[in-house]
Design a binder for this molecule. Structure first.
Ligand code: DGY
Length: 328
């Protein structure tokens, strides 16, 4: 009997392809070619599953053109590349890759916060450029992490991981804002207090964004929100491009309305707003918060487990639109 066909849309670990090949006939993009939407649609003909990485847009137009498709398995916890309503309407399941990246991503959020507040990237560029002639009392003075107030917007698993690092490791006072308040036991574990968004922006020394991207969270931070922040504050975005108005942020950084920002995600990435590239007080990284080998392997494994779970055993592990699974 022939095996069901699946597509892997981007280059991935060879062992991931090997695992898939045990169950499926696999076509993959190991050359990591940039496929247009029309090319992706062409490749998906006859495929029942697709392994996506978060950069392939799955919408009604694609679904209309790919009638065999049953599941899209994202190797990412975020799934704003999925139009979940259209997928549900077409009976196509979406899955994501939560949990396996929580601690790695929280580590990175904290690393970016440290690098930003303590001006590590900026001072390293200065040194490499041969500009370091003498020590000076005020050279690259940043802001303290320990004992400061950490404000987290988006208190899911990654936000909680960052809160614990701040509260338990650095003695920070942690405040958070979220769609819904955590239960008392979780708040105690994270040593975090719930506040309104405005209070958080006004009082935090460091603001970290970890909210999922949805139309409602578009430009959660724009010029008006930045205006509420302390002039000494730092802003960290490890959530998604579009959560911050990057153009407004670049202006605020240039005018020193806040001290600094650390960004791992960008509106329209991999393009970066050109004004961000010319301001010194921002640390820019290319969407690498989950990038350690063990974690990326675990994310890929979970996407494979979802494809096998659904297409072979009828039981996906982490569906994002479970309505597709409801008995008809
Ligand atoms: C995720 O998993 O959503 C990360 O941003 C990596 O894409």
């Amino acid at each position: 009997m022939s095996k069901p066909k699946v597509l892997v849309a981007r280059a991935i670990f060879p062992e991931t392809i090997d695992r898939l090949a045990q169950h499926f006939e696999v076509e993959s993009n190991q050359a990591d070619e940039a496929w247009s939407k029309a090319q992706l649609i062409g490749k998906l003909q006859g495929k029942v599953g697709v392994f996506t990485t978060g950069s392939e847009r799955i919408d009604a137009e694609l679904l209309d053109a790919c009638p065999d498709l049953k599941i899209c398995a994202n190797m990412a916890v975020g799934y704003n590349n999925f139009d979940t309503d259209a997928m549900t309407a077409h009976g196509v399941l979406g899955t994501n890759a939560p949990d396996v990246l929580t601690e790695t991503t929280a580590d990175f959020g904290f690393a970016l916060l440290m690098a930003t507040a303590r001006r590590i990237a900026e001072s390293e560029h200065f040194l490499r450029a041969g500009k370091w002639q003498k020590w000076a009392y005020d050279m690259f003075s940043g802001s303290d992490i320990h004992g400061s107030t950490l404000g987290i917007i988006g208190m899911g698993r990654i936000g909680q991981g960052i809160a614990k690092r701040g509260a338990h490791g650095f003695g920070m006072k942690v405040i958070y804002h979220n769609r819904s308040r955590l239960d008392a036991a979780l708040e105690a574990e994270c040593k975090a207090s719930y506040v309104g968004k405005e209070e958080l922006l006004k009082t935090a020394d460091h603001v970290v964004l970890v909210v999922p991207y949805t139309p409602a969270s578009h430009h959660t931070i724009g010029a008006a929100e930045i205006a509420l922040m302390k002039p000494t504050a730092t802003l960290i975005n490890i959530a998604r491009g579009g959560i911050v108005d990057d153009a407004a942020l670049a202006v605020a950084l240039r005018e020193r309305r806040i001290a600094a920002a650390g960004l791992d995600v960008f509106e329209g990435e991999p393009k970066v707003h050109p004004d961000l590239l010319t301001v010194p007080n921002v640390v820019l990284t290319p969407h690498i918060a989950s990038a350690t080998v063990p974690t990326r392997k675990a994310m890929a494994d979970l996407a494979v487990d979802n494809l096998v779970g659904y297409l072979v055993n009828g039981k996906p592990l982490t569906p994002v639109n479970p309505a597709v699974l409801a008995p008809k």
